[in-house]
Design a protein around this ligand. Structure first.
Ligand SMILES: [Fe+2]
Ligand SMILES: [Fe+2]
Length: 135
């Protein structure tokens, strides 16, 4: 599995949001690298905890900005954030179970990469023009 590389496809051009997305991307890459190194489950759970913490903070920042610029899709966007956080939390909880394995870790890494990239490209990019108007 490949690490996610930062590219113009992911960049929104809003520096604060881009910096947070990069941080989430780094954590997702750390998780994949640890999974491929067959890291111990508590180590993987710890990376997921950090990812969840940063994701929660990022979603809050984003929602506050979207509220300020009266983004019309804010409610749908919030719902998606809640779903992604809940799913990632459930994934984290599976790493605290005795049946957690390296194959679960690789599956989880793939899931995290997909949600991060899909969410940024399909759901975050459309709010760019609204944020630009905030200045
Ligand atoms: Fe978002
Ligand atoms: Fe985002």
């Amino acid at each position: 599995m490949d690490l996610i590389a930062w590219s113009d496809d992911i960049k929104l051009g809003v520096p604060s949001i881009d910096a947070e997305h990069r941080r989430l991307m780094d954590l997702t890459n750390n998780f994949l690298a640890a999974a491929e190194d067959e890291a111990l489950m508590p180590q993987l759970a710890a990376i997921l905890e950090e990812l969840i913490e940063h994701t929660r903070a990022h979603f809050q920042t984003e929602e506050r900005l979207l509220d300020q610029c009266s983004y019309p899709q804010l409610m749908a966007h919030k719902t998606e954030h809640t779903r992604l956080l809940n799913e990632t939390q459930r994934l984290h909880d599976r790493f605290c179970q005795p049946e957690a394995s390296t194959s679960l870790a690789l599956e989880a890494a793939q899931y995290l990469q997909h949600w991060l990239l899909d969410h940024i490209v399909a759901s975050d990019k459309p709010f760019r023009p609204y944020l630009m108007r905030l200045g």
